[in-house]
Design a protein around this ligand. Structure first.
Ligand code: ADP
Ligand code: ZN
Length: 429
């Protein structure tokens, strides 16, 4: 049941002791880098005078822009000791680069293996990795983790839908790693070939890299005949394997022996209580080559510190509500794309894709939501479609508190990507 039973069920007091000693080691190590050497000195913080985990608040934050401007100055060891680099997808601007030593690659692989093992994946599984390889961490991160676990790993990467199907059939794939929007999209390829994914031996799916709602998970589970697990990570904290769902499917355990988590009000930067959304701020506790201290992710989620039936003591994260920079303000109301996902994916008539377009007319914000309708519903008469359009508008209005214009479109007509979905197009600026 546990990959590392001793660690995963460690007594809270012993865990805190471990975290504090790792925090001190990390701060000590970070101080060897030009960037943190300066930062820590300015703040008057040294490893030796960190008396408790709360003392971490004396350390200044690290922002994405610090990484963009001073990335290489954060290395604690010469470049010769680095064996790999990765970059973020660049979803919100210039990509950030992270360097890994050989030891860092090892600990990362182990965290991913631990995550996969927790969901019930075993060496006997055949794992098809449908995430992009290359600079993006989703591909290689899972690849090393699955191999560490001992599963037969198929490194196909993203896209190439027809080939994905062939490989699943040929090698009797049991577990997949896939971007949720692509999982829905791929169903059309199955249908086009007269295939039902439920007839395949698939049993596990790992969904990550982009926000998705509970209804989207349930849709994927039903269509593929799998149990689907939410997987969270970011390149700045290695990549995948930061937080992962256990078999309870009720929040993602944060691997707190490797990442110290703070959940802060993004305005006041003070801690929020359990259950309240805040910005996730992480500090590496085990990274050697490029440890980051108090990295502000801009991802918003809440945490739950109640005991989990699985017996792991690690706090759990809710779904990522969105990024602070994903939030759009329409007519003065704050909206996260996930809210729209939640409403649309709960309606069986809605197909697999949707697109939100924001425009400004006569100084007023306009929101247009284009929604693909399932084929069988699209064949209904016009009156039915008008009715459906009205129902979707009402449902969105009650969730968002603004009234969007809703346009129903035929299946397979909206643009799609093989990577992270682009759901919102803001044409206002
Ligand atoms: P970028 O920040 O450029 O997209 P990454 O490839 O490092 O670069 O992606 C990490 C980001 O992806 C996270 O900060 C988060 O916003 C998003 N993400 C990753 N996993 C999930 C998930 N399970 N749910 C929602 N968002 C996720
Ligand atoms: Zn659990």
């Amino acid at each position: 049941m546990y990959w590392d039973a001793n660690l995963e069920t460690l007594h809270p007091a012993a865990m805190q002791e471990l975290q504090l000693s790792r925090l001190r080691q990390t701060v000590e190590r970070a101080a060897h880098s030009p960037f943190y050497g300066r930062r820590l000195k300015e703040a008057g913080v040294a490893a030796a005078n960190l008396r408790s985990l709360e003392d971490i608040r004396r350390i200044p934050f690290t922002a994405k822009d610090d990484l963009r401007a001073h990335g290489e100055e954060m290395l604690t060891l010469p470049l010769d000791d680095m064996v790999r680099l990765h970059a973020s997808s660049g979803t919100t601007g210039q990509a950030t680069v992270i360097y890994y030593t050989r030891a860092d690659i090892e600990t990362w692989a182990d965290l991913v293996a631990r995550s996969l093992y927790m969901t019930g994946m075993r060496a006997s599984d055949v794992f098809q990795n449908m995430m992009g390889y290359g600079l993006f961490t989703g591909g290689l991160g899972f690849h090393y983790g699955a191999e560490r676990l001992g599963a037969l790993t198929i490194p196909i990467g993203a896209g190439n839908s027809q080939r994905q199907l062939q490989l699943m059939q040929l090698f009797a794939t049991t577990a997949i790693h896939i971007i949720p929007s692509y999982a829905l999209y791929l169903l059309q390829t199955f249908a086009a070939h007269g295939l039902d994914p439920r007839d395949l031996p698939l049993r596990l799916a790992f969904l990550g890299a982009e926000p998705h709602s509970e209804d989207m998970r349930r849709r994927i589970e039903a269509a593929y005949g799998v149990k689907a697990y939410n997987s969270y990570g970011l390149s700045e904290m290695n990549g995948p394997g930061v937080a992962f769902e256990c078999q309870e499917q009720n929040g993602m355990h944060v691997w707190e022996d490797a990442f110290w988590l703070e959940v802060l009000d993004p305005e006041t930067l003070t801690p929020v209580p359990p259950g309240e959304p805040g910005e996730l701020v992480f500090t590496n506790l085990t990274r050697q080559g490029m440890p980051l201290l108090r990295y502000r992710t801009r991802d918003l989620a809440s945490f739950d510190d109640s005991p989990c039936p699985c017996g792991r003591g690690f706090r759990r994260l809710s779904r990522i509500v969105g990024r602070t920079d994903d939030m759009v303000i329409i007519k003065g109301v704050n909206i996260f794309p996930l809210q729209i996902d939640k409403v649309l994916m709960a309606m069986p008539e809605v197909g697999t894709q949707y697109l939100v377009e924001l425009t400004r007319q006569d100084y007023r914000d306009q929101m247009l939501v284009k929604v693909e309708v399932q084929q069988n519903f699209f064949q209904e008469d016009l009156r039915y479609l008008k009715q459906l359009q009205k129902r979707i508008t009402e449902a969105l209005k009650s969730e968002l508190l603004v009234t969007p214009r809703v346009e129903l479109v035929e299946p397979n007509t909206l643009p799609r990507t093989e990577g992270k979905a682009q759901r919102v197009v803001d044409k206002r600026t």
